[in-house]
Design a protein around this ligand. Structure first.
Ligand code: HAM
Length: 414
């Protein structure tokens, strides 16, 4: 029977969970549209090289978490572990640099081989927005504010804190990298195996380590700020200033480095303490070198992704569904007439389900279970008189009325 369970880290999403996720996606799309975003659906799998270099050859995602395989044609394929690299690849493939900037929104499943726990899955879903072709800090402000507005429209903004940092430009990072190598090199023996390896590949990643021994060393590491160029500091100051202009509160978090290699300048996360260990609900930043690294033109980008499951968990209540009207044809002759009557009611905006089997009592019990507020009973007598019986399931009373009057009567009640 074990095989009839979903694979570890995956799940079937239905009922209330599905409604919550649908509500988050709808809020995201509606908000992003007001910022000029258009939908882009990229493939769920790409050639492995699309992800491997941009995300970082030494990053956790690339070294431990990608679902990679060679397909029947021998191609190295990876299920997308995030959207950004695929969106950048699509941007290049479609020659989108002809009309810059572009604002692209996406949502769908992503795959990471992680240890499953509450709010962490192997197949999860992201909402994702990328603003490609603008290098101004005001674009970063707009993107972060857009994320804030999505949270606001879902009424969960009070549950999160915006953590903001800058990683500086390439020059700042080169200087900082050297300082970190010197510092961590002097404390190498105290570092975990993973971090000793990161010392050669990507020392900034050590700042992000969860290992307790590493954390002690990281506490005293030199801060990035001291290595930032004036241009990076000026850029960052404009991001902070713009957020203040939009009334978006934030806290500076100099330890925020993000888990992917492509970031430059602005990096941010929306973090909640309502979900235990998996508290980051949205993360993103600027990635000015990514498109060039993938073999495209030198075009800057800025974006973010939100974890749909985590955002859905933060909602106070699942959105309610419209209560259905159940149409109940009694007897063969009424079945056909009930088909078109149901269509009329749907066209008037009602949710209509039909129940064609069993006696009336059984059908009324089923209708109550389905959460219906009304039953429309269509028997042979009613059919002959072109009337229907409308039963109010909450009140338990009913009335007979001409078929033509039904939509108006229902509209008056709902
Ligand atoms: P990320 O921080 O790796 O960024 O993921 C974004 C969000 O996806 C996280 O904040 C979290 O809510 C959710 N998430 C990540 N892993 C899991 C998991 N295993 N289970 C459930 N939810 C998860 C990116 O993916 C970047 N591509 C964001 C970006 C877009 N940067 C620029 N543009």
């Amino acid at each position: 029977m074990g095989k009839l369970q979903p694979a570890r880290g995956t799940r079937d999403i239905f009922g209330e969970d599905a409604r919550r996720m649908e509500a988050v996606t709808a809020a995201f799309e509606a908000t992003a549209r007001t910022y000029g975003f258009q939908l882009l659906a990229t493939p769920i799998f790409e050639f492995t090289e699309v992800f491997a270099r941009p995300l970082g050859e030494s990053s956790d995602i690339v070294t431990k978490e990608m679902y990679s395989f060679s397909d029947r044609g021998g191609e190295a394929i990876t299920l997308r572990p995030e959207f950004t690299a695929g969106v950048a690849r699509a941007f290049i493939s479609a020659g989108m640099q002809q009309s810059l900037p572009v604002r692209l929104m996406s949502h769908g499943p992503v795959f990471r081989y992680e240890r499953p726990q509450k709010g962490r899955y192997r197949q999860f879903h992201q909402i994702n927005a990328e603003f490609i072709g603008s290098e101004t800090p005001e674009t970063d402000v707009e993107m972060i504010t857009m994320a804030w507005r999505v949270l606001e429209s879902l009424d969960i903004v009070d549950k999160v804190t915006l953590h903001l940092n800058t990683l500086g430009d390439r020059e700042s990072r080169t200087v900082y990298r050297d300082r970190l190598v010197t510092y961590f090199g002097a404390h190498k023996a105290a570092l975990s195996q993973d971090s000793q390896r990161r010392l050669d590949t990507n020392p900034m990643r050590i700042l992000d380590s969860k290992d307790e021994g590493d954390r002690v060393v990281v506490e005293k590491a030199p801060p990035l700020d001291e290595s930032l160029t004036q241009a990076s500091l000026d850029f960052y100051a404009r991001v902070e200033d713009g957020l203040r202009a939009c009334d978006v509160p934030f806290t500076r978090d100099t330890r925020l480095v993000r888990g992917l290699d492509y970031y430059t300048h602005t990096a941010f996360e929306f973090i909640t303490d309502a979900l235990g260990a998996q508290g980051t609900v949205i993360g993103g930043g600027r990635y000015d070198g990514l498109i060039e690294q993938l073999g495209g033109p030198s075009v800057p980008g800025m974006g973010w992704a939100g974890g749909l499951e985590r955002l859905a968990l933060l909602l106070d209540a699942a959105p309610s569904v419209q209560r259905p009207v159940v149409i109940m044809p009694m007897g063969d002759a009424a079945v056909r007439a009930a088909l078109s009557l149901a269509e009329d009611l749907r066209a008037a905006g009602h949710t209509v389900i039909a129940d064609r089997s069993g006696n009336l009592k059984k059908r009324l019990t089923r209708a109550a279970k389905a959460g219906a507020n009304h039953a429309v009973i269509l028997g042979e007598d009613e059919l002959a008189a072109d009337r229907v019986t409308l039963r109010n399931l909450d009140a338990g009373d009913q009335e007979s009325l001409p078929r033509k009057a039904l939509t108006d009567r229902l509209a008056a009640w709902s």
